[in-house]
Design a protein. Structure first.
Length: 160
């Protein structure tokens, strides 16, 4: 299994070097990560309903549009093993996006620590509160765009 090296996975998919056992393992890891993300979301209460509704509507639209782009990038009706390939490439691309997401928030935390030297820590919380839901919305949209774009790039490389 490749947790990071997307190019080696693409090469294996392109040359059909993965066994059914490998597809099963990629599916299990991907499904487990999805379950963990759903579990983690339980700890994040909905504070502002409007950005949350916008997020789910845009996410559903992006899912439909993104999957259709991926399907076409895989060759459309003439493509091979769309779901198997999608499940496999989800893992290394998902790991990279998760790392980028965590690094982004680490930079934000460092920024808050730096800002706390000049502003009272209680004021930082009050300054952030009105924008928190909207920043989360835009970050969610950005991460989804990056994910579907990377999926399409991987599918095109597999089919070259």
């Amino acid at each position: 299994m490749y947790f990071w090296n997307t190019n080696k996975l693409i090469d294996d998919l392109k040359n059909e070097r993965l066994a059914d056992r490998d597809y099963k393992n990629y599916y299990l890891v991907s499904a487990s990560v999805t379950c963990l993300m759903m579990f983690a979301m339980r700890f994040s209460p909905v504070v502002d309903v409007v950005p949350s509704i916008i997020d789910i509507v845009i996410s559903l639209m992006m899912l439909i549009i993104g999957m259709n782009f991926c399907f076409v990038a895989n060759g459309g009706n003439d493509g091979n093993q769309f779901l198997n390939r999608l499940i496999c490439i989800f893992l290394p691309i998902g790991v990279k996006l998760l790392l980028a997401y965590l690094l982004f928030f680490l930079l934000i935390v460092i920024g808050f620590i730096f800002a706390a030297r000049f502003i009272d820590a209680n004021q930082i919380s009050e300054l952030i509160k009105p924008y928190q839901s909207w920043v989360t919305l835009f970050l969610s949209i950005f991460m989804q765009i990056m994910m579907y774009w990377r999926f399409c790039v991987a599918f095109k490389k597999i089919n070259d």
